[in-house]
Design a protein around this ligand. Structure first.
Ligand code: SIN
Length: 306
């Protein structure tokens, strides 16, 4: 990789720039991931995959609001045994790190899904302990510190690849949860997943999503995410990846200054297209140059100085 001021290292993964495709609304196909890489992403994260295939919820699963998207897809996925084929194929065509997001309904399920993904070539795993609306997984796991610690420990024991842990904002103290994950061996924290939300149709007087409640993403949640990153940075030493409402270079810089080593982008792809990664990176590069910084690393957590 050509060295430049945008290069970052996250738990041993070398990224050409600090923008990463967030696990979330995009599908699984290798072609989709490839288009995101062509759009300039420094790494990509798949949608969450579990041990068994899941259909997810009935439509509508996404609703556009004035301030962002609310989704409740219900973790639809083909199951890890099918998905390993996508991972293998993706590894032959993508020239950026491939991170596979996994979920489970028990510690063992997280570990087994992680092991199968790593065995197929995933460069790292992201544990989804933060989906806000599927029972007995996601945030129900991430909110229980004993279970969370065991999920992380078992996943770490099952793979030799870096393990990231994606946290929910819908908690009293996200920094405490990050500390639990770090003590259990997490290599990096992703902050944050979507904010629990809902929308009601005034005409039908009914919730719009088939699942009624979902998770809000997009610009509205950026200040919440920046605050979460700031708090987590004060408590853990492992890298943090900021996620929530990144739309332009200023958003990315704000996350870096709060303590993130990289940022994930998801919802902005819907409005700006895959090239949003290039636009954000190039804006960060111009900012670093203008301010006289030689690398992204130099501004990580800079807002914490007294
Ligand atoms: C979903 O599949 O419903 C979204 C997953 C998540 O929010 O983590």
């Amino acid at each position: 990789m050509k060295r430049n001021r945008l290069n970052v290292n996250i738990a041993g993964l070398q990224l050409a720039n600090p923008t990463i495709l967030a696990s979330g609304i995009l599908g699984y196909s290798v072609a989709t991931l490839q288009s995101i890489v062509e759009g300039g992403a420094g790494a990509v994260i798949t949608k969450s995959v579990g041990l068994k295939p899941r259909q997810g919820y009935a439509n509508p699963t996404v609703v556009q609001t004035k301030c962002g998207l609310i989704n409740a897809m219900g973790l639809p996925n083909p199951g890890i045994d099918e998905f390993v084929n996508e991972i293998r194929e993706a590894k032959t065509v993508l020239d950026v790190p491939l991170i596979v997001s996994v979920y489970g309904f028990s510690e063992e399920e997280y570990a087994l899904a992680a092991k199968k993904a790593a065995g197929a070539g995933a460069d790292a795993l992201e544990l989804n302990v933060s989906c806000p609306h599927v029972k007995e997984t996601g945030s129900e796991i991430g909110q229980n510190s004993e279970i969370l610690a065991e999920v992380v420990r078992k996943a770490k024991a099952a793979v030799s690849k870096p393990v990231f842990v994606k946290l929910a904002p819908n908690v009293t103290d996200i920094a405490e949860i990050a500390e639990t994950a770090a003590r259990a061996g997490a290599d990096a924290i992703t902050a944050i997943n979507t904010v629990k939300a809902m929308a009601i149709d005034a005409e039908t007087a009914m919730p719009i999503l088939s699942n009624k409640k979902g998770g809000l993403s997009g610009q509205a949640i950026k200040p919440i995410a920046v605050r979460c990153v700031y708090e987590v940075y004060e408590r853990v030493k492992i890298p943090i990846i900021g996620c929530g409402g990144v739309t332009d270079w200023r958003d990315a810089v704000e996350f870096l200054l709060a303590g993130a080593s990289a940022v994930q982008i998801g919802t902005a792809i819907a409005t700006k297209g895959p090239n949003v990664f290039k636009t954000v990176s190039s804006g960060v590069n111009t900012y670093l140059k203008r301010k006289g910084f030689r690398s992204v690393k130099e501004i990580v957590g800079l807002s914490h100085r007294n």
